[in-house]
Design a protein around this ligand. Structure first.
Ligand SMILES: [Fe+2]
Ligand SMILES: [Fe+2]
Length: 442
């Protein structure tokens, strides 16, 4: 090749690149937004077992799910544009910002970090995108981003009641400095260097999940399942006994559903622990998480209507307390391949019994629960092999699941049954009390 040929080819490459510069610039911004939403999902989820307010847990699950939707649509639109890039990985400066946000011990300080600094920065970034792009040429992106702006504004409103008025958390200032050093999430303003004495908490502090989950002021216990109506709210034998009154069964299944809050708390830990996962895995986990929070809300909303004082219903902590000592693939395997796949026969009988009551709402909630659970088992089959790969696990799935089941049994002996009842039997919701709420004595 002659020198002039080479130079012509180089300038050809350059002009081709320049020709698409307007698209590539916007695709680069979409990529940053995708990575930001991805990282929000991976890190905000660690707050879920840490906060004690049940409604706040539900809300965080909903926001994580909606953010997963943003990320998915950003990736889909970005992939239509030259320059979005391949793969789902997140660059380190974005990851560092989010890692810093979960380090404080006080979970309400972390919540403020997310909702007073990071989420407003995400909102600013979306607004910047709308200003920077061409309204007609990039209409497909604009259409999406306008919706995301509305979602982000609503997220801030929804969390506002849970945020303390105190603005003095040191984290807020640290995160603002980090964002300034990036020039905003999209580099939309001049960057300001971090001061020389800035210390990253993540450099000296590894993150680990709490060994138990927070349930605020609610009473707690090890398990709500048992055999003694004087002690336990869900009496196992009664669930499948054809002589049990259907109204009792309905109350018990609502207690069961509400206690799926344990699944919310332990599933929420899997995102952070699978940083290298493909985004599609986190997308399905986010859906799974939100489904479990809705199932729990079925019980949380319906029980008071049936006369249950939620302050008398102890929350069961055993599953979280045991599973947190297992690896992320073990946690996910127990959840999908054991608890969920094993629940269908009993729940089918319960659904048949509840139908006797002609309670359309109860039938609807149980049907959607069943439909969601079928999807969760599908997710398990789809993603457990991928999670195993991430952790270098080479055993076949069946062998891994069988070994995990056995290990769960061992850990149950070590960590299960350790949470004493907050309430004496006469003050808590038990099988006997459920019978009287249902208007009978069994
Ligand atoms: Fe569920
Ligand atoms: Fe489930």
């Amino acid at each position: 090749m002659t020198a002039s040929n080479a130079s012509a080819q180089r300038s050809g490459v350059r002009s081709k690149t320049l020709r698409m510069a307007a698209v590539q610039e916007m695709a680069g911004l979409l990529r940053l937004l995708f990575e930001t939403e991805r990282e929000f999902i991976r890190t905000a989820t660690v707050l879920i077992p840490r906060v004690g307010d049940v409604e706040l847990k539900y809300l965080l699950c909903q926001h994580v799910w909606e953010s997963a939707g943003h990320a998915r649509l950003l990736r889909e639109r970005g992939s239509e544009m030259s320059g979005f890039g391949k793969g789902d990985s997140v660059r380190s400066d974005i990851a560092k910002l989010f890692e810093e946000a979960i380090r404080p011990e006080d979970e309400m300080e972390c919540l403020a970090g997310f909702y007073r600094v990071i989420k407003p920065a995400i909102l600013d970034a979306y607004r910047h995108y709308l200003e920077a792009t061409h309204h007609l040429a990039d209409w497909p992106s604009r259409h999406l981003v306008q919706e995301f702006v509305a979602d982000e504004e609503r997220h801030l409103e929804e969390v506002r009641p849970y945020l303390s008025e105190a603005n003095a958390y040191p984290l807020l200032r640290y995160l603002s400095c980090v964002l300034d050093s990036m020039g905003g999430l999209l580099g939309e303003r001049p960057a300001v260097d971090l001061s020389e004495d800035f210390r990253w908490a993540q450099d000296s502090q590894k993150y680990s999940h709490p060994l138990t989950c927070n349930r605020g002021d609610y009473p707690i216990c090890s398990s709500v399942f048992g055999h003694n109506p004087e002690e336990d709210p869900i009496v196992r034998e009664w669930l499948e006994d054809p002589d049990t009154d259907a109204r009792v069964i309905r109350l018990m299944i609502y207690v069961w559903l509400m206690m799926e809050l344990d699944a919310v708390d332990y599933l929420a830990t899997v995102f952070y622990d699978t940083r290298e996962a493909p985004f599609d895995l986190h997308y399905d986990l986010a859906r799974h998480l939100w489904d479990e929070s809705r199932h729990s809300a079925f019980g949380f909303r319906q029980l008071p209507r049936l006369g249950v004082d939620l302050n008398t219903l102890e929350h069961s902590l055993d599953l979280y307390n045991i599973l947190i000592h297992m690896s992320p693939p073990e946690r996910y395997a127990m959840m999908t391949m054991e608890f969920e796949s094993g629940s269908f026969p009993t729940k089918a009988k319960i659904m048949d019994r509840v139908r006797e009551l002609n309670d359309f709402e109860a039938d609807t909630l149980l049907a959607f629960d069943r439909n969601d659970e079928q999807n969760h088992v599908r997710y398990g089959h789809r993603w457990l092999p991928e999670i195993l790969k991430l952790f270098g696990e080479t055993r076949p799935v069946e062998e891994f699941v069988a070994a995990t089941r056995e290990r769960f049994g061992e850990l149950e002996g070590l960590y299960g049954g350790k949470v004493p009842h907050s309430l004496p039997p006469e003050e808590r919701l038990t099988g006997k009390r459920i019978c009287s709420l249902a208007g009978l004595t069994k």
